[in-house]
Ligand binder design. Sequence first.
Ligand SMILES: Cc1cc2nc3c(=O)[nH]c(=O)nc-3n(C[C@H](O)[C@H](O)[C@H](O)COP(=O)(O)O)c2cc1C
Length: 202
Amino acid sequence: MTLKTRREPAKTQQPVMELIAKRWSPKAFRLEIPKEAELISMFEAARWAPSCFNNQPWRYLVTTREDPEAFSRALACLTEKNASWVQNTPLLAFQIMRETFEYNGKPNPWSGFDCGLAMAQLILQAESMGWSVHVMAGFSRDRVREAFGVPEGFKPLVAFVIGIEGDPDTLPEDLKESEMEPRERKPLEEIVFSASWSNRMF
Ligand SMILES: Cc1cc2nc3c(=O)[nH]c(=O)nc-3n(C[C@H](O)[C@H](O)[C@H](O)COP(=O)(O)O)c2cc1C
């Protein structure tokens, strides 16, 4: 399947799956909202992520422009900078993390890891259907708690947008340039070790 994107695919050191090479985090989005069946596929993909003790600590709060009141309530939780571009997107959601194991009520140190895996699956499923996802840490956890009645024991972990890549000219001036900056990563030599720490594997 050929995925449409205005970005060049990542310049990877070795070939990787097309979905991974083409995924990126746009800020300019079109206003179309994913259909319910498409959203179900994305959350279904997230649902099947592995997790410690199969605890499945991920929960989601989703708002779309179809419900402008809820969408504005979500938008008001973001930092000013994030809100400046997210206000022109179709869907704003939060991933909420259960902090304890269900089987014994003790703190689960792997909840964040599990939620990250679920988000990666959601992102790749979305990408495979032509949708992009942009994850954000720039929001107020307390505001999300208050605005959406998140119960004790659950922590708002990340905010995210789902939409179709849009025209960078619709972005505020200060964000236009960064939208097309080259995407970079640390080389494998710096991140994979063998036999001992800093002894590069590749
Ligand atoms: C946990 C997390 C928090 C992030 N927070 C923000 C954010 O607050 N605002 C933003 O514009 N992008 C945010 N990003 C997006 C990253 O900046 C982006 O993924 C990174 O620069 C790599 O670019 P790429 O996703 O296009 O490969 C966040 C990503 C992650 C995973």
